[in-house]
Design a protein around this ligand. Sequence first.
Ligand SMILES: Cc1cc2nc3c(=O)[nH]c(=O)nc-3n(C[C@H](O)[C@H](O)[C@H](O)COP(=O)(O)OP(=O)(O)OC[C@H]3O[C@@H](n4cnc5c(N)ncnc54)[C@H](O)[C@@H]3O)c2cc1C
Length: 447
Amino acid sequence: MPPKKMKVGVIGGGLMGMALAYRVSELEASVKVFESDSQLGGLSTHHNYGDFTWDKFYHVIVPTDGSLINLMNDIDLGESLNWSRSFTGYYVNKSFHSLNSPKEFLLFPLLNIWDKIRLVFTIFYGGRISNWKKLEKITVKEWLIRMGGKKNFSKFWEPLLLAKLGENYKRVSGVFIWTYIRRLFKAREHPVEKDYMGYVSGGYKTVFDRLENLLVKNNSSVLLNTAVTSIKPLEGGGIEVAYGDKVEYFDKVVFTAPVNVLEQVAAPELCEIVKNNQPIEYLGVVCLVLVTKKPLTPFYVLNMGDVNTPFTGVIGMSSLVDSSETAGKYMTYFPKYISKDHPYWNTSDEAIEDLFMTGVRDLYPEFNDDDLVSAHINRAFKVQPLQVLNYSNIVPKIKTKHPDFFVLNTSQFVSDSVNNNFVVTHVNSFMKQFATALETKTSTNTD
Ligand SMILES: Cc1cc2nc3c(=O)[nH]c(=O)nc-3n(C[C@H](O)[C@H](O)[C@H](O)COP(=O)(O)OP(=O)(O)OC[C@H]3O[C@@H](n4cnc5c(N)ncnc54)[C@H](O)[C@@H]3O)c2cc1C
Protein backbone atom coordinates (compact mmCIF):
# COMPACT_ATOMS: atom_id res chain seq x y z
CA MET A 1 0.00 0.00 0.00
CA PRO A 2 1.48 3.45 -0.89
CA PRO A 3 2.13 5.69 2.14
CA LYS A 4 -0.84 7.85 3.06
CA LYS A 5 -0.65 11.58 2.56
CA MET A 6 -1.48 12.88 6.00
CA LYS A 7 -0.21 12.01 9.49
CA VAL A 8 -2.86 12.48 12.17
CA GLY A 9 -2.26 12.05 15.90
CA VAL A 10 -5.16 11.23 18.23
CA ILE A 11 -4.65 11.71 21.97
CA GLY A 12 -6.71 9.27 24.07
CA GLY A 13 -7.76 5.70 23.31
CA GLY A 14 -11.28 5.80 24.77
CA LEU A 15 -14.27 5.38 22.47
CA MET A 16 -14.01 8.99 21.26
CA GLY A 17 -10.37 8.55 20.26
CA MET A 18 -10.77 5.09 18.75
CA ALA A 19 -14.00 5.72 16.84
CA LEU A 20 -12.48 8.93 15.48
CA ALA A 21 -9.17 7.26 14.61
CA TYR A 22 -11.04 4.53 12.73
CA ARG A 23 -13.08 7.06 10.71
CA VAL A 24 -9.96 9.18 9.95
CA SER A 25 -7.95 6.09 8.95
CA GLU A 26 -10.53 5.51 6.20
CA LEU A 27 -9.41 8.83 4.64
CA GLU A 28 -6.08 9.50 2.97
CA ALA A 29 -4.46 9.60 6.40
CA SER A 30 -2.48 7.34 8.68
CA VAL A 31 -3.39 7.74 12.32
CA LYS A 32 -1.49 7.13 15.54
CA VAL A 33 -3.48 6.85 18.79
CA PHE A 34 -1.70 7.68 22.05
CA GLU A 35 -3.17 6.02 25.14
CA SER A 36 -1.66 6.50 28.60
CA ASP A 37 -3.21 3.34 30.06
CA SER A 38 -1.99 -0.22 29.45
CA GLN A 39 -5.21 -1.10 27.60
CA LEU A 40 -7.62 0.68 25.27
CA GLY A 41 -11.12 1.78 26.23
CA GLY A 42 -10.82 4.61 28.78
CA LEU A 43 -14.03 4.62 30.82
CA SER A 44 -15.37 1.78 28.63
CA THR A 45 -12.35 -0.43 29.22
CA HIS A 46 -12.42 -3.98 30.57
CA HIS A 47 -11.38 -5.58 33.85
CA ASN A 48 -10.28 -9.09 34.71
CA TYR A 49 -12.84 -10.54 37.14
CA GLY A 50 -11.04 -13.87 37.59
CA ASP A 51 -12.82 -16.41 35.39
CA PHE A 52 -13.93 -13.83 32.86
CA THR A 53 -13.36 -10.33 31.52
CA TRP A 54 -16.10 -7.71 31.42
CA ASP A 55 -16.46 -3.93 31.44
CA LYS A 56 -14.77 -2.13 34.32
CA PHE A 57 -17.92 0.00 34.60
CA TYR A 58 -21.44 -1.03 33.57
CA HIS A 59 -22.45 -0.19 30.01
CA VAL A 60 -25.69 -0.73 28.13
CA ILE A 61 -26.89 0.19 24.69
CA VAL A 62 -30.50 1.30 24.21
CA PRO A 63 -32.47 0.63 20.99
CA THR A 64 -32.46 4.35 20.11
CA ASP A 65 -28.64 4.60 20.25
CA GLY A 66 -28.63 4.93 16.45
CA SER A 67 -25.09 6.30 15.98
CA LEU A 68 -23.55 3.65 18.21
CA ILE A 69 -25.50 0.81 16.60
CA ASN A 70 -24.48 2.08 13.13
CA LEU A 71 -20.84 2.07 14.22
CA MET A 72 -21.24 -1.54 15.43
CA ASN A 73 -22.69 -2.46 12.04
CA ASP A 74 -19.88 -0.63 10.21
CA ILE A 75 -17.26 -2.63 12.08
CA ASP A 76 -19.20 -5.89 11.57
CA LEU A 77 -20.30 -6.29 15.17
CA GLY A 78 -24.03 -5.86 14.51
CA GLU A 79 -24.47 -9.61 14.92
CA SER A 80 -22.76 -9.52 18.32
CA LEU A 81 -25.40 -7.21 19.82
CA ASN A 82 -27.77 -8.92 22.23
CA TRP A 83 -31.03 -7.45 23.53
CA SER A 84 -32.87 -8.26 26.77
CA ARG A 85 -35.85 -6.83 28.60
CA SER A 86 -34.67 -4.47 31.32
CA PHE A 87 -36.34 -3.59 34.59
CA THR A 88 -36.07 -0.45 36.71
CA GLY A 89 -36.66 -0.28 40.45
CA TYR A 90 -36.84 2.40 43.11
CA TYR A 91 -35.66 1.98 46.68
CA VAL A 92 -37.40 4.59 48.77
CA ASN A 93 -38.33 4.54 52.48
CA LYS A 94 -36.65 1.16 52.93
CA SER A 95 -38.75 -0.63 50.33
CA PHE A 96 -38.30 -1.75 46.71
CA HIS A 97 -40.72 -0.61 44.00
CA SER A 98 -40.81 -1.94 40.48
CA LEU A 99 -41.67 0.74 37.90
CA ASN A 100 -41.92 -0.99 34.54
CA SER A 101 -45.48 -0.77 33.26
CA PRO A 102 -48.37 1.71 33.27
CA LYS A 103 -50.04 -0.50 35.88
CA GLU A 104 -46.99 -0.41 38.20
CA PHE A 105 -46.80 3.34 37.67
CA LEU A 106 -50.45 3.73 38.68
CA LEU A 107 -49.87 1.53 41.74
CA PHE A 108 -46.58 3.27 42.75
CA PRO A 109 -47.53 4.01 46.37
CA LEU A 110 -45.33 7.04 47.01
CA LEU A 111 -47.20 9.39 44.68
CA ASN A 112 -50.91 10.21 44.57
CA ILE A 113 -52.85 10.45 41.33
CA TRP A 114 -52.40 14.23 41.11
CA ASP A 115 -48.60 13.85 41.49
CA LYS A 116 -48.63 11.19 38.79
CA ILE A 117 -50.49 13.45 36.38
CA ARG A 118 -47.92 16.19 37.03
CA LEU A 119 -45.08 13.71 36.55
CA VAL A 120 -46.46 12.56 33.20
CA PHE A 121 -46.88 16.24 32.25
CA THR A 122 -43.22 16.97 33.18
CA ILE A 123 -41.99 14.11 30.99
CA PHE A 124 -44.34 14.97 28.12
CA TYR A 125 -43.65 18.71 28.21
CA GLY A 126 -39.92 18.31 28.94
CA GLY A 127 -39.51 15.93 25.99
CA ARG A 128 -40.91 18.59 23.67
CA ILE A 129 -38.79 21.54 24.78
CA SER A 130 -36.43 22.47 21.97
CA ASN A 131 -34.75 25.57 23.41
CA TRP A 132 -32.45 23.91 25.97
CA LYS A 133 -30.55 27.20 26.48
CA LYS A 134 -33.37 28.44 28.73
CA LEU A 135 -32.87 25.41 30.98
CA GLU A 136 -29.20 26.26 31.45
CA LYS A 137 -30.20 29.21 33.60
CA ILE A 138 -32.13 27.28 36.22
CA THR A 139 -31.04 24.46 38.54
CA VAL A 140 -32.43 21.01 37.84
CA LYS A 141 -34.10 20.98 41.26
CA GLU A 142 -35.87 24.32 40.72
CA TRP A 143 -37.03 23.29 37.26
CA LEU A 144 -38.36 19.89 38.32
CA ILE A 145 -40.17 21.33 41.34
CA ARG A 146 -41.68 24.07 39.19
CA MET A 147 -42.89 21.46 36.68
CA GLY A 148 -44.03 18.65 38.92
CA GLY A 149 -44.05 19.79 42.56
CA LYS A 150 -41.97 18.95 45.64
CA LYS A 151 -43.32 15.46 46.20
CA ASN A 152 -42.57 14.29 42.68
CA PHE A 153 -39.13 15.71 43.12
CA SER A 154 -38.29 13.96 46.40
CA LYS A 155 -39.94 10.61 45.60
CA PHE A 156 -39.20 10.22 41.90
CA TRP A 157 -36.56 12.58 40.52
CA GLU A 158 -34.19 12.97 43.45
CA PRO A 159 -33.33 9.22 43.69
CA LEU A 160 -32.58 9.27 39.99
CA LEU A 161 -30.39 12.37 40.25
CA LEU A 162 -28.60 10.97 43.29
CA ALA A 163 -27.89 7.76 41.36
CA LYS A 164 -26.25 9.73 38.53
CA LEU A 165 -24.60 12.66 40.32
CA GLY A 166 -24.69 12.12 44.07
CA GLU A 167 -25.28 15.29 46.10
CA ASN A 168 -23.67 17.30 43.26
CA TYR A 169 -26.99 17.31 41.40
CA LYS A 170 -27.76 20.46 43.42
CA ARG A 171 -25.34 22.42 41.22
CA VAL A 172 -26.37 21.19 37.77
CA SER A 173 -28.81 22.95 35.44
CA GLY A 174 -32.14 21.76 34.07
CA VAL A 175 -30.39 20.65 30.87
CA PHE A 176 -29.12 17.52 32.64
CA ILE A 177 -32.60 16.08 33.20
CA TRP A 178 -33.89 17.42 29.89
CA THR A 179 -31.35 15.27 28.01
CA TYR A 180 -32.45 12.31 30.12
CA ILE A 181 -36.16 12.89 29.50
CA ARG A 182 -35.59 13.28 25.76
CA ARG A 183 -33.82 9.91 25.62
CA LEU A 184 -36.59 8.29 27.68
CA PHE A 185 -39.25 9.92 25.57
CA LYS A 186 -37.59 8.82 22.34
CA ALA A 187 -37.47 5.24 23.62
CA ARG A 188 -41.25 5.31 24.04
CA GLU A 189 -41.62 5.96 20.33
CA HIS A 190 -40.26 2.46 19.63
CA PRO A 191 -43.06 0.28 21.04
CA VAL A 192 -41.61 -3.04 19.84
CA GLU A 193 -38.24 -2.61 21.45
CA LYS A 194 -39.48 -0.58 24.39
CA ASP A 195 -37.62 -1.31 27.66
CA TYR A 196 -35.03 -3.49 25.97
CA MET A 197 -31.37 -2.87 26.54
CA GLY A 198 -28.38 -4.29 24.77
CA TYR A 199 -24.75 -5.30 25.14
CA VAL A 200 -22.03 -6.63 22.88
CA SER A 201 -20.89 -10.23 23.39
CA GLY A 202 -17.61 -10.08 25.28
CA GLY A 203 -18.40 -6.54 26.48
CA TYR A 204 -16.70 -3.38 25.15
CA LYS A 205 -13.39 -5.28 24.87
CA THR A 206 -14.81 -6.82 21.69
CA VAL A 207 -15.40 -3.33 20.26
CA PHE A 208 -11.92 -2.00 21.08
CA ASP A 209 -10.18 -5.16 19.81
CA ARG A 210 -12.08 -4.79 16.52
CA LEU A 211 -11.32 -1.06 16.19
CA GLU A 212 -7.63 -1.68 16.83
CA ASN A 213 -7.51 -4.44 14.17
CA LEU A 214 -9.20 -2.17 11.64
CA LEU A 215 -6.76 0.65 12.40
CA VAL A 216 -3.81 -1.62 11.79
CA LYS A 217 -5.37 -2.75 8.47
CA ASN A 218 -5.66 0.94 7.49
CA ASN A 219 -1.93 1.62 7.95
CA SER A 220 -2.48 3.15 11.39
CA SER A 221 -1.42 2.24 14.94
CA VAL A 222 -2.02 2.46 18.66
CA LEU A 223 0.63 3.24 21.29
CA LEU A 224 -0.34 2.01 24.77
CA ASN A 225 1.34 3.02 28.06
CA THR A 226 2.10 6.35 26.39
CA ALA A 227 1.06 9.47 28.26
CA VAL A 228 1.43 12.52 26.07
CA THR A 229 3.27 15.19 28.06
CA SER A 230 3.24 18.15 25.70
CA ILE A 231 1.58 19.31 22.48
CA LYS A 232 3.07 22.33 20.68
CA PRO A 233 2.63 24.09 17.37
CA LEU A 234 5.46 23.76 14.86
CA GLU A 235 6.80 26.75 13.07
CA GLY A 236 5.37 26.70 9.56
CA GLY A 237 2.45 24.43 10.47
CA GLY A 238 1.86 20.99 11.97
CA ILE A 239 1.98 19.88 15.59
CA GLU A 240 4.65 18.34 17.83
CA VAL A 241 3.60 15.67 20.33
CA ALA A 242 5.98 14.70 23.14
CA TYR A 243 5.87 11.57 25.32
CA GLY A 244 8.55 9.95 27.48
CA ASP A 245 11.81 11.14 25.95
CA LYS A 246 10.42 11.15 22.39
CA VAL A 247 8.77 13.66 20.08
CA GLU A 248 6.73 13.05 16.92
CA TYR A 249 5.39 15.42 14.29
CA PHE A 250 1.91 15.38 12.85
CA ASP A 251 0.01 17.31 10.21
CA LYS A 252 -3.03 17.36 12.48
CA VAL A 253 -3.74 16.39 16.08
CA VAL A 254 -7.10 15.73 17.72
CA PHE A 255 -7.21 15.73 21.51
CA THR A 256 -9.94 13.53 23.12
CA ALA A 257 -8.83 13.15 26.77
CA PRO A 258 -10.39 15.20 29.64
CA VAL A 259 -9.95 18.96 29.95
CA ASN A 260 -7.60 18.85 32.96
CA VAL A 261 -5.12 16.88 30.81
CA LEU A 262 -5.52 19.42 28.02
CA GLU A 263 -4.63 22.14 30.52
CA GLN A 264 -1.46 20.27 31.50
CA VAL A 265 -0.17 19.34 28.05
CA ALA A 266 -1.34 21.84 25.42
CA ALA A 267 0.77 24.93 24.71
CA PRO A 268 -1.21 28.13 25.45
CA GLU A 269 -0.90 29.26 21.81
CA LEU A 270 -3.00 26.26 20.75
CA CYS A 271 -6.25 26.89 22.56
CA GLU A 272 -8.10 28.77 25.24
CA ILE A 273 -9.04 26.31 27.96
CA VAL A 274 -10.46 28.01 31.05
CA LYS A 275 -13.20 30.43 30.07
CA ASN A 276 -14.72 33.12 32.30
CA ASN A 277 -12.34 31.94 35.06
CA GLN A 278 -14.54 28.89 35.47
CA PRO A 279 -12.69 25.57 35.10
CA ILE A 280 -14.70 22.54 34.01
CA GLU A 281 -15.37 20.27 36.93
CA TYR A 282 -15.76 16.52 36.54
CA LEU A 283 -17.35 14.00 38.85
CA GLY A 284 -15.53 10.74 39.37
CA VAL A 285 -16.89 7.36 40.32
CA VAL A 286 -15.98 4.76 42.91
CA CYS A 287 -17.68 1.45 42.24
CA LEU A 288 -17.92 -1.85 44.09
CA VAL A 289 -18.41 -4.77 41.74
CA LEU A 290 -19.63 -8.05 43.19
CA VAL A 291 -19.32 -11.36 41.40
CA THR A 292 -21.74 -13.82 43.01
CA LYS A 293 -23.00 -17.36 42.57
CA LYS A 294 -26.64 -16.16 42.58
CA PRO A 295 -28.31 -13.06 41.14
CA LEU A 296 -28.68 -10.20 43.63
CA THR A 297 -31.34 -8.05 41.95
CA PRO A 298 -33.99 -8.41 39.23
CA PHE A 299 -33.53 -4.75 38.21
CA TYR A 300 -31.00 -3.44 35.73
CA VAL A 301 -31.14 -0.10 37.56
CA LEU A 302 -32.21 0.41 41.14
CA ASN A 303 -32.41 4.14 41.90
CA MET A 304 -31.74 4.87 45.55
CA GLY A 305 -33.80 7.39 47.46
CA ASP A 306 -31.93 6.73 50.69
CA VAL A 307 -29.08 9.23 51.07
CA ASN A 308 -27.51 7.22 53.91
CA THR A 309 -26.59 4.30 51.64
CA PRO A 310 -22.85 4.43 50.80
CA PHE A 311 -23.54 3.93 47.06
CA THR A 312 -25.98 5.88 44.88
CA GLY A 313 -27.46 3.08 42.79
CA VAL A 314 -27.40 -0.65 42.09
CA ILE A 315 -26.81 -1.96 38.58
CA GLY A 316 -27.78 -5.59 38.07
CA MET A 317 -25.63 -6.27 35.00
CA SER A 318 -26.58 -9.94 35.03
CA SER A 319 -30.27 -9.08 34.76
CA LEU A 320 -29.35 -8.35 31.10
CA VAL A 321 -26.15 -10.18 30.31
CA ASP A 322 -26.39 -13.92 29.76
CA SER A 323 -24.47 -15.78 32.47
CA SER A 324 -22.55 -17.68 29.76
CA GLU A 325 -20.68 -14.36 29.21
CA THR A 326 -19.60 -14.25 32.85
CA ALA A 327 -18.50 -17.85 33.47
CA GLY A 328 -21.89 -18.74 34.99
CA LYS A 329 -21.51 -16.02 37.66
CA TYR A 330 -23.58 -12.90 38.32
CA MET A 331 -22.36 -9.31 38.33
CA THR A 332 -23.72 -6.35 40.27
CA TYR A 333 -22.21 -2.84 40.30
CA PHE A 334 -22.64 -0.42 43.23
CA PRO A 335 -21.45 3.03 42.08
CA LYS A 336 -21.04 6.29 43.91
CA TYR A 337 -20.43 9.46 41.91
CA ILE A 338 -18.21 11.89 43.83
CA SER A 339 -16.51 15.23 43.36
CA LYS A 340 -12.72 15.70 43.26
CA ASP A 341 -12.43 16.63 46.96
CA HIS A 342 -14.40 13.64 48.33
CA PRO A 343 -12.60 11.69 51.10
CA TYR A 344 -13.10 8.40 49.17
CA TRP A 345 -10.17 9.34 46.90
CA ASN A 346 -7.90 8.97 49.94
CA THR A 347 -9.67 5.90 51.34
CA SER A 348 -8.17 2.47 50.69
CA ASP A 349 -9.99 -0.07 48.51
CA GLU A 350 -10.31 -2.37 51.53
CA ALA A 351 -12.01 0.35 53.61
CA ILE A 352 -14.39 1.23 50.74
CA GLU A 353 -15.22 -2.41 50.22
CA ASP A 354 -16.06 -2.79 53.94
CA LEU A 355 -18.24 0.32 53.90
CA PHE A 356 -20.09 -0.61 50.70
CA MET A 357 -20.56 -4.22 51.85
CA THR A 358 -22.36 -2.89 54.96
CA GLY A 359 -24.71 -1.08 52.57
CA VAL A 360 -25.17 -4.25 50.48
CA ARG A 361 -26.10 -6.26 53.59
CA ASP A 362 -28.55 -3.56 54.75
CA LEU A 363 -30.21 -3.51 51.35
CA TYR A 364 -30.26 -7.29 50.87
CA PRO A 365 -30.40 -8.85 54.37
CA GLU A 366 -30.81 -12.29 52.71
CA PHE A 367 -27.34 -11.92 51.12
CA ASN A 368 -25.21 -14.94 52.05
CA ASP A 369 -21.43 -14.51 52.19
CA ASP A 370 -20.99 -18.05 50.82
CA ASP A 371 -22.44 -16.77 47.53
CA LEU A 372 -19.73 -14.15 47.12
CA VAL A 373 -17.11 -15.13 44.53
CA SER A 374 -15.13 -11.89 44.45
CA ALA A 375 -15.37 -8.17 45.15
CA HIS A 376 -13.60 -5.43 43.18
CA ILE A 377 -13.25 -1.68 43.70
CA ASN A 378 -12.98 0.21 40.40
CA ARG A 379 -12.36 3.94 40.28
CA ALA A 380 -12.31 6.65 37.61
CA PHE A 381 -11.43 10.24 38.36
CA LYS A 382 -12.81 12.16 35.35
CA VAL A 383 -16.19 10.78 34.33
CA GLN A 384 -19.04 13.24 34.17
CA PRO A 385 -18.45 16.92 33.39
CA LEU A 386 -20.75 18.84 35.74
CA GLN A 387 -23.28 20.69 33.59
CA VAL A 388 -23.47 23.67 35.93
CA LEU A 389 -25.56 26.80 35.23
CA ASN A 390 -24.69 28.38 31.85
CA TYR A 391 -22.34 25.49 31.12
CA SER A 392 -22.19 26.05 27.35
CA ASN A 393 -20.33 29.35 27.97
CA ILE A 394 -17.30 27.61 29.49
CA VAL A 395 -16.60 24.58 27.28
CA PRO A 396 -13.54 24.43 24.99
CA LYS A 397 -14.22 24.78 21.26
CA ILE A 398 -13.53 21.96 18.76
CA LYS A 399 -11.84 24.37 16.35
CA THR A 400 -8.95 25.88 18.27
CA LYS A 401 -6.70 28.89 17.67
CA HIS A 402 -4.48 26.64 15.53
CA PRO A 403 -5.71 25.17 12.20
CA ASP A 404 -3.92 21.84 12.86
CA PHE A 405 -5.17 21.21 16.39
CA PHE A 406 -8.68 20.12 17.42
CA VAL A 407 -10.33 19.27 20.73
CA LEU A 408 -13.12 16.70 20.80
CA ASN A 409 -14.18 15.44 24.22
CA THR A 410 -17.21 14.86 26.41
CA SER A 411 -16.88 18.25 28.11
CA GLN A 412 -18.38 19.65 24.87
CA PHE A 413 -21.67 17.76 25.38
CA VAL A 414 -23.67 20.84 26.28
CA SER A 415 -27.06 19.43 25.36
CA ASP A 416 -26.38 15.67 25.32
CA SER A 417 -25.87 13.20 28.13
CA VAL A 418 -22.46 11.56 28.46
CA ASN A 419 -22.81 8.14 26.87
CA ASN A 420 -21.25 6.22 24.03
CA ASN A 421 -24.04 6.92 21.57
CA PHE A 422 -23.38 10.64 21.85
CA VAL A 423 -19.63 9.99 21.71
CA VAL A 424 -20.16 8.45 18.25
CA THR A 425 -22.66 11.17 17.27
CA HIS A 426 -20.02 13.82 18.08
CA VAL A 427 -17.36 11.89 16.14
CA ASN A 428 -19.71 11.71 13.13
CA SER A 429 -20.48 15.40 13.25
CA PHE A 430 -16.76 16.22 13.67
CA MET A 431 -16.03 14.18 10.53
CA LYS A 432 -18.76 15.98 8.60
CA GLN A 433 -17.33 19.35 9.54
CA PHE A 434 -13.58 18.72 9.51
CA ALA A 435 -12.76 15.72 7.28
CA THR A 436 -11.60 18.08 4.52
CA ALA A 437 -9.49 20.10 6.98
CA LEU A 438 -7.87 16.84 8.16
CA GLU A 439 -6.86 16.06 4.59
CA THR A 440 -5.50 19.54 3.89
CA LYS A 441 -1.88 20.14 4.77
CA THR A 442 -0.83 23.51 6.15
CA SER A 443 2.81 22.48 6.58
CA THR A 444 5.66 20.72 4.83
CA ASN A 445 7.24 19.74 8.16
CA THR A 446 6.12 16.10 8.25
CA ASP A 447 6.79 15.11 4.64
C1 LIG B 1 -19.82 4.14 35.73
C2 LIG B 1 -20.04 4.45 34.27
C3 LIG B 1 -21.17 3.96 33.63
C4 LIG B 1 -21.40 4.25 32.28
N1 LIG B 1 -22.49 3.70 31.67
C5 LIG B 1 -22.68 3.90 30.35
C6 LIG B 1 -23.73 3.24 29.65
O1 LIG B 1 -24.49 2.46 30.23
N2 LIG B 1 -23.89 3.49 28.34
C7 LIG B 1 -23.07 4.33 27.64
O2 LIG B 1 -23.25 4.49 26.42
N3 LIG B 1 -22.06 4.97 28.27
C8 LIG B 1 -21.85 4.78 29.60
N4 LIG B 1 -20.80 5.38 30.24
C9 LIG B 1 -20.08 6.47 29.54
C10 LIG B 1 -18.96 6.01 28.65
O3 LIG B 1 -18.06 5.19 29.33
C11 LIG B 1 -18.26 7.30 28.16
O4 LIG B 1 -19.19 8.01 27.39
C12 LIG B 1 -17.11 7.05 27.27
O5 LIG B 1 -16.26 6.07 27.75
C13 LIG B 1 -16.33 8.34 27.04
O6 LIG B 1 -15.29 8.06 26.15
P1 LIG B 1 -14.15 9.09 25.83
O7 LIG B 1 -13.26 8.46 24.87
O8 LIG B 1 -14.76 10.40 25.50
O9 LIG B 1 -13.41 9.36 27.23
P2 LIG B 1 -12.51 8.37 28.08
O10 LIG B 1 -13.11 7.03 28.07
O11 LIG B 1 -12.28 9.05 29.38
O12 LIG B 1 -11.13 8.30 27.25
C14 LIG B 1 -10.10 9.22 27.38
C15 LIG B 1 -8.79 8.46 27.24
O13 LIG B 1 -7.68 9.37 27.27
C16 LIG B 1 -6.62 8.73 27.93
N5 LIG B 1 -5.64 9.76 28.36
C17 LIG B 1 -5.74 10.62 29.41
N6 LIG B 1 -4.63 11.38 29.48
C18 LIG B 1 -3.83 11.01 28.47
C19 LIG B 1 -2.52 11.44 28.02
N7 LIG B 1 -1.86 12.42 28.64
N8 LIG B 1 -1.99 10.83 26.94
C20 LIG B 1 -2.65 9.83 26.29
N9 LIG B 1 -3.86 9.39 26.69
C21 LIG B 1 -4.46 9.98 27.75
C22 LIG B 1 -7.30 8.02 29.08
O14 LIG B 1 -6.50 7.01 29.63
C23 LIG B 1 -8.55 7.48 28.38
O15 LIG B 1 -8.33 6.19 27.85
C24 LIG B 1 -20.51 5.08 31.57
C25 LIG B 1 -19.36 5.56 32.21
C26 LIG B 1 -19.12 5.23 33.54
C27 LIG B 1 -17.86 5.72 34.21
